[in-house]
Design a protein around this ligand. Structure first.
Ligand code: NAG
Ligand code: NAG
Ligand code: NAG
Ligand code: NAG
Ligand code: NAG
Ligand code: NAG
Length: 526
């Protein structure tokens, strides 16, 4: 009995998710910082010279960046908590970071996400609140609700808390395309609007980016398998003034089109990077219980399995879906067939394929180099297959395939255009086209914005990497590839299982061979 208990305990201690407090999350993050080559841990105290929150034993507000690219790759932001007594989000993000680090080498999808995205997280945005398990942040003895502390429809005071100042500094520095802010106490995923200036008959009016927000929310919810409702914030939660979400979405553009001018230059705030405030931000009320029971947290093996699993796996999946959706891309594979090649491909990072086609030409080194340099210029030199529409990975995933008859090796590049239905509007309020980076970077023929250190430079018509056939080989030739594997049972799991079994067997053996019953006398003394 004891042996099996030991095996079970060692197994579940490492492989089950469980609640973590401030100290435990900090020590996890420090460990990841020391062991994970593409993760960097800093804090708003070191990065932005902000003071530590009060009454928190000099606690820091941790900031994580995860990326294996140093260029201007698409940026996604996650906030673990604005309310410190909503306990799930910080654990989701600490475990998401751990998941990305430990699956990078074995899962090609995870590797691709880390190699082509910049993920920015504040797992404990309200560090003091999380430390003290309290909703608000106290400043000078006064309690502030941090999600009423942003410069949206607020007169006078805002950015009083270290929480809001941290977020403001991050949004000033980066050009985030899309984001999730985790909360608790309800069960929904919601999107703009969520403030009284865009409310009619107790419901949100239509945000200009409504079509995209609704389709992304539904897609990542489906992948997460979480039991949540979907809709605008005002409908699903309630409307607030000073909320982070509407500010993150509209702070960069709304004053110039809305006579009510909801964005204010309140205390401590000046908006030096309006481009940082054009995000599609999702408010996730992760669970009706702000501090769910440990049994509901779930298990590491559930993250990429097809079962729903516990709460942490559900929200890790939701986050992975959003990271993927930040930018569309094509995965392709060339297979040699009897009289030529077959090109197989799928389109990721999007929901609907408007059209896609294969461009190809006789392989020469010069052509190959030209295509790598600039596909859009060199495709005029190539033949093409017919245009086809379908679904991306996040809308059902059409598996596209074209056969090309050829006796000579060819070079292949695939193009696509996606998600133009994100431009659909009924009665947008205010009456402007979609404003967010995530919509414009894939629907505008050319979209270019920049701030001090980053830029977004995308075209609606985009390409796969260039592939070369290899007719003399029988297997798949050049591969950009389907993703390999899903969740890998990693080496640590096996080691722990083996140690568990060996120690169990040793325990049984030791008990059998060395245990001598004590005399009655001795037993009583014990
Ligand atoms: C977190 O829990 C550990 C015990 O697991 C305890 O030592 C520590 O003081 C706790 N930290 C906070 C901030 O509550
Ligand atoms: C994280 O690691 C880097 C070195 O890789 C170090 O400079 C930095 O101080 C570490 N962060 C923290 C918070 O310890
Ligand atoms: C990014 O890193 C690579 C090597 O890892 C280097 O060759 C390249 O110059 C770097 N680019 C920038 C923009 O720093
Ligand atoms: C831009 O990058 C440089 C070098 O990494 C850094 O010193 C500077 O603070 C950054 N600027 C902003 C606005 O983040
Ligand atoms: C806020 O102040 C900054 C700097 O003073 C100014 O550039 C910006 O236009 C102001 N923004 C608004 C919305 O008034
Ligand atoms: C395949 O191999 C044969 C013999 O080595 C060679 O003559 C031919 O050119 C090759 N074909 C291609 C398409 O590379």
């Amino acid at each position: 009995m004891m042996a099996w208990f030991l095996i079970f305990a060692s197994f579940s201690a490492v492989y089950s998710y469980s609640p973590l407090n401030y100290t435990e999350i900090m020590s996890r993050l420090l460990h990841l910082n020391a062991t994970c080559p593409f993760l960097r841990l800093s804090s708003s105290q070191t990065d932005f010279n902000l003071p530590s929150p009060e009454d928190c034993h000099e606690c820091l507000t941790p900031i994580l960046t995860i990326s294996n690219s140093n260029g201007s790759v698409p940026q996604i932001y996650f906030s673990g908590c604005l309310h410190g007594n909503e306990r799930l989000g910080p654990v989701v993000l600490a475990e998401l970071a751990e998941f990305l680090c430990s699956n990078y080498d074995t899962n090609s999808w995870i590797k691709r996400l880390v190699d082509t995205r910049l993920i920015i997280m504040t797992p404990m945005t309200n560090a003091q609140g999380y430390y003290r398990n309290q909703r608000e942040e106290s400043v000078g003895g006064r309690l502030y609700d941090t999600n009423r502390d942003f410069a949206y429809m607020i007169k006078g005071e805002c950015f009083k808390t270290i929480t809001a100042k941290t977020v403001e500094k991050i949004f000033e520095k980066y050009l985030i395309r899309t984001s999730i802010t985790f909360h608790g106490g309800d069960a929904s995923i919601s999107y703009p609007w969520g403030a009284p200036d865009h409310k009619k008959d107790e419901k949100s009016t239509e945000a200009p980016d409504h079509a995209a927000a609704d389709s992304i929310a539904k897609a990542i919810l489906e992948f997460s398998q979480a039991d949540l409702g979907v809709g605008p914030m005002t409908d699903k939660v309630y409307d607030v003034t000073g909320g982070m979400e509407d500010w993150a979405y509209a702070g960069g553009w709304e004053n110039s089109v809305n006579p009510e001018k909801p964005i204010t230059n309140c205390s401590e705030f000046s908006n030096s990077n309006p481009e940082g405030l054009k995000q599609l931000m999702f408010l996730v009320e992760a669970d009706n219980d702000k501090s769910p029971d440990t049994e509901r947290y779930g298990h590491k093996s559930q993250v990429l399995s097809s079962e729903q699993g516990g709460l942490i796996p559900q929200f890790i999946r939701m986050s992975l879906g959003l990271i993927d959706l930040a930018k569309p891309y094509i995965l392709a594979d060339i297979v040699t067939i009897e009289n030529g090649i077959r090109v197989d491909w799928t389109v990721w990072g999007c929901i609907t394929v408007d059209y896609t086609q294969v461009f190809y030409g006789k392989y020469t080194e010069t052509l190959y180099e030209e295509i790598i340099k600039d596909s859009s210029k060199s495709i005029s030199l190539l033949k093409k297959t017919k245009n086809r529409g379908g679904k991306c990975r996040w809308g059902g995933m059409t598996e596209f395939s074209e056969e090309i008859i050829t006796e000579e090796d060819v070079i292949v590049v695939i193009s696509a255009k996606v998600d133009s239905n994100w431009l659909k509007q009924n009665k947008p309020d205010p009456n402007v086209p979609p404003q967010s980076h995530i919509v414009n970077s894939r629907t505008k023929q050319h979209y270019k914005v920049s701030n001090k250190n980053y830029s977004i430079d995308e075209s609606s018509f985009f390409f796969s990497s260039a592939l070369k056939s290899d007719l003399n080989s029988t297997g798949p030739a050049d591969k950009d590839k389907k993703f390999e594997g899903s969740f890998q049972w990693n080496a640590l799991y096996l080691v722990i299982l083996i140690i568990g079994i060996i120690s169990g067997l040793l325990y049984i053996a030791a008990k059998k061979y060395f245990y001598q019953p004590l005399s009655q006398q001795e037993e009583i003394e014990l």
